[in-house]
Design a protein around this ligand. Structure first.
Ligand code: NI
Length: 146
């Protein structure tokens, strides 16, 4: 395991769209391990592979309700809207209020390659949406309303 360098600020990779993972091979498993270590080391509540410079559709989220590791995550349902403050490990020192769905249903694969469906609300839903945005090259600062 290794802590990877978190891409920050104007790094152009943060604006690129990540590709779907076709096969969960050893490289992907090592990436997941490194992402875990990197996220916890940085005291983050979420991390997308894009943030460590790898354009694969992989996210990690841990808002204190346990670790979610998801490959090829897709929002299949969302409802409500909530406003709350966000920050990002890639944008140190920046905070802003961002609207997000109050609740989302997300579908994807777990690290074993099994399909999982997660229902998340509040901060958990917000973190998932924030991380999926990273996979599409979107930063929370694009969505700040106040
Ligand atoms: Ni972020």
């Amino acid at each position: 395991m290794a802590i990877r360098n978190i891409r920050k600020d104007e790094d152009p990779i943060l604006r690129k769209k990540a590709k779907k993972v076709e096969k969960i091979d050893e490289r992907v498993k090592t990436l997941l391990e490194d992402m875990r270590e990197t996220m916890y080391d940085a005291d983050g509540v979420g991390l997308a592979a894009t943030q460590v410079g790898v354009l694969k559709r992989i996210i990690l989220v841990d808002v204190g309700e346990g670790l979610l590791e998801m490959i090829n995550p897709e929002i299949v349902k969302s409802c409500g809207e909530a406003l709350d403050e966000e920050g990002c490990l890639s944008l140190p020192g920046v905070n802003g209020v961002v609207p997000r769905p109050e609740a989302v249903t997300v579908k994807g694969l777990n690290p074993q390659g099994q399909e999982i469906v997660i229902e998340a609300k509040n901060l958990f839903a917000r973190a998932i949406c924030h991380e999926i945005d990273h996979l599409n090259g979107v930063l929370f600062t694009d969505r700040i309303v106040e």
